[in-house]
Design a protein around this ligand. Sequence first.
Ligand code: GLU
Length: 313
Amino acid sequence: MVRGRFAPSPSGRMHLGNLFCALLSFLSVKSRGGDWILRIEDLDTARCRPDYARQVEEDLRWLGLAWDQGGSAGGPDAPYFQSRRTAFYEEALGRLREMGLVYPCFCTRAQLHTASAPHREDGLTVYPGTCRGFSPEDIAAREAAGRKGALRLRVPEKSITFTDGHLGEVTEYLPTDCGDFLLRRSDGLFAYQLAVVVDDAAMGVTEVVRGADLLTSTPRQLLLYELLGLPAPEFFHFPLLLSPDGRRLSKRDGDLGLAALREKDSPEEVIGKLAYLAGQNPTAAPRTPGELIEHFRWDTVPRQDIPLPPGLF
Ligand code: GLU
């Protein structure tokens, strides 16, 4: 069974970048005859809100992107809201603990900021391993003093190489390119990296389609698949849409948010323009998602970030 998913974080109204992801993940899996799942990644309860999640569903319906299972409609792998799936993350964390691969980190944000050398363009910093060698007594003393540690994964000394279905081969040497990464924050919230792996595996996801900003998360996720003995999906990362002045779109770009778009354009106009930018429509003429499925091809999707042509939206 081929299965893809759209996994938005409901921390605001969706913008064009989120729609681009929804459309590409939908077309990719539908062109292979698979199912498309909607998973709401609302782990960060301080930033995510149920009304934004409802709005995601409403906006997808408006666009004509119908999911096969997930969201509030449920389905065989329910729940599809990460905030209700912590028992699964606990279980996976427990298995990693049993392997001796998890340790508490008591570093403050300020310490992390000064100790880690800024590393990659994506802003990822490599944890220098400050708390890696603490003895049980060191840990007990800190906990007795009321410090609550975050939990990190002890990464092995090896490289992870994978072939992205769109962007080609990627290699990372874990100790220096990635470092020991967070599994759970000190406030108890599970980290995206762990949750996404547990959920994609539990939901039988066979292909992950998402923006290239998450390309560098993939080696961490592949390591978790391997350690947890779970089958890894295929990955396809696509370039990001940029505002006409070259910035990454964010939920603050109100004029490119769904509320503003829905005032100006019909669903077919929005889909047609996005499909044009994705190399799936020869012009920006209106299209329905269904019309695009049959002709979908990854090799015509651009490989460089895509500045929005002024006036297109
Ligand atoms: N929830 C993530 C986001 O909205 C996407 C995670 C993923 O596709 O792996 O950026």
